[in-house]
Ligand binder design. Structure first.
Ligand SMILES: [Zn+2]
Length: 196
């Protein structure tokens, strides 16, 4: 990890909130995504025993442009591939940023009942059950608890900074527009921070 990013993790205040340990790991994944030139979002899955089951990060630009590789999607892909026998009912999905519409729908289909995010995404986050959903989706949403995590504000701020300040949203939008035009030279564009 880039030293400046490692420092952001190291200078956090001493943990005093229930979910700080997961917040740190989410932010670590988000910063790794940033270093890879992807959206700075990280996610992880914790089981009923309070153990880390798996983690992931946004990788939409890691190879060719892959619109589905949001952090939450990566984690759910791993869950379904690597842990098909896992009881979903006691799982908690932690994510550094409020889930988008695509990920929210995937979460509903995955059977994961509890989602905790660090930073709100006022422009792109899906509000969940407060929005009018078709009946089947509303029924699925009614069993899911989606809320901000109980963490030190440092972590929420870092998750927000990672996506809104430490990287350039405009540059990422340009990369998507170029990918839509069939430009496969995405790696040259980078905008990545070397040193990882
Ligand atoms: Zn998403």
């Amino acid at each position: 990890m880039h030293p400046t990013h490692l420092a952001l993790l190291e200078q956090a205040p001493a943990s005093h909130c229930n979910e700080d340990v997961w917040a740190r790991l989410c932010c670590e994944q988000a910063l790794l995504a940033l270093e890879e030139g992807c959206y700075a979002v990280g996610a992880l899955l914790v089981n009923q025993a309070g153990e880390l089951l798996l983690s992931g990060r946004n990788q939409v630009f890691s190879n060719h442009y892959d619109s589905a590789r949001h952090a939450e999607m990566q984690v759910i892909d791993q869950l379904e591939t690597l842990h098909p026998g896992q009881d979903r009912n006691a799982l908690t999905l932690y994510v550094s940023l409020q889930p988008c519409m695509m990920c929210f729908a995937r979460i509903l289909l995955s059977g994961i009942p509890r989602v905790r995010y660090l930073a709100r995404d006022r422009d792109g986050g899906f509000p969940g059950r407060h929005t009018k959903l078709p009946p089947v989706w509303a029924n699925l949403a009614s069993r899911v608890s989606l809320a901000q995590a109980d963490v030190d504000p440092y972590w929420s701020n870092l998750a927000d900074r990672a996506i809104n300040q430490l990287q350039e949203p405009a540059a990422l939008r340009q990369r998507i527009l170029r990918a839509w035009e069939g430009d496969h030279e995405l790696a040259i564009d980078a905008g990545t921070i070397s040193g990882n």
